[in-house]
Design a protein around this ligand. Sequence first.
Ligand SMILES: [Zn+2]
Length: 439
Amino acid sequence: MVLKIKAIGGYGEFGKNMTYIEVNGKIILLDIGIHLDNYITFMEDHEGLAPTVEELIEVGAVPDVFLFKERFNDVIAIIPSHAHFDHVFAAPYLIKFFPNAKVYASPYTTQFILNMFRQENKEIPTIITQDCNSRFKINKDITIEFIYVTHSIPHTVMICVETKEGRFLYTNDYKFDDAPVIGPKSNIKRLEELSPFKAIIVDSTRAVFPGTTKTEVEVREMLFNEVEKINNDARSIFILTFSSQLQRLKTIKDVAKRVGREAVFLGRSLAKYIYAAHDIKLTKIAPKQNIAQFPNKIRRILKMVSENPKKYIIVTTGHQGEPTANLCKIVDGILDYPLKNDDWIIFSCTVIPNPVSVQNRKILESKLAQKKVNILKDIHASGHASHDEIKKLIEVTKPEFIFPSAADKPFEQEVAKIAKSINYNNSIILEIGKEHIFE
Ligand SMILES: [Zn+2]
């Protein structure tokens, strides 16, 4: 039986995740994501013109599937681990190459994919929805098991690929959060039961950070405290976070309620993720009248808020200082909402460490300072595992091989170092286009 892993995207880089696993002549693809910065830069340069797949590959916006172009018909399953852009958003561009593939996804991920294809006006692929802890057969040689893990978006799963020769575990992305705000803790018990694994593919995003990643409940407490402190004197309160961070959006809704305000959510991407959660009845973030997707409604809600700002908390897009997002439009006067020196902007996020985001946020913060608006920053927890959680993953799964992934090379090398510190000298750092055949 030929058993092979091949790095297509998300090795030695952050973004455009795709791992190819071949079992006895058939192929499954784990994740089908974009590289967000490369994608946005390309789309901005092309001013909305529909891109070709070749162009997207050339600029590094989607995984280079032509690395296995002679095998397209052998791909029988595409399995996104969760609904983040860098794990699922290349599907509308690439799925046409795989006529024999079905998509398998958890309920929230399925709903997000459906909404995404409808919005792009593309033909919806066959999607088979599976629970977050479930086991299903792909063919006679491959059984998949979804194992629920905590991350920064609902219904994230680790994907166990079971073959006669052993089990593979794909862990992009996860953290072991002992106090999540939505959903249970990670299903570590199941990982223990399935252990030992033939190989694990490891999320290396935060490998260089010591200890464990902060929990969502800790962030919730921090936000409660900060907002309670400023609430009496603050006129408007804005809170900004990642649109897909549903746990944080729920926290903000609860924080608003606790201080006697009401949360409104303004922006297309926020609406997209919130409605996907409403559609599957996962959690209710806000009534429809408090969510605005398009400019007219955004203007209407902003007018309502400006007449009585102490009644609301405004959640909107633009946490990275993106020039076309709503917060920048407000600051630049494109959206009509006067900012004053008793207004507060809380960034419940970090700045993504790339030159574009760093520069955009700097510009935004200096404009806010000119208007004497008060700023609070970095009230945030990452969705990725730090040093101790990676160590725990290795200890629990007892892998024969370790493939660090989903980050720049130094981060992947750090995973190899963590493994070595507990006597696992079996890490293989794959480069894009390279493969490892299991003998
Ligand atoms: Zn993710």
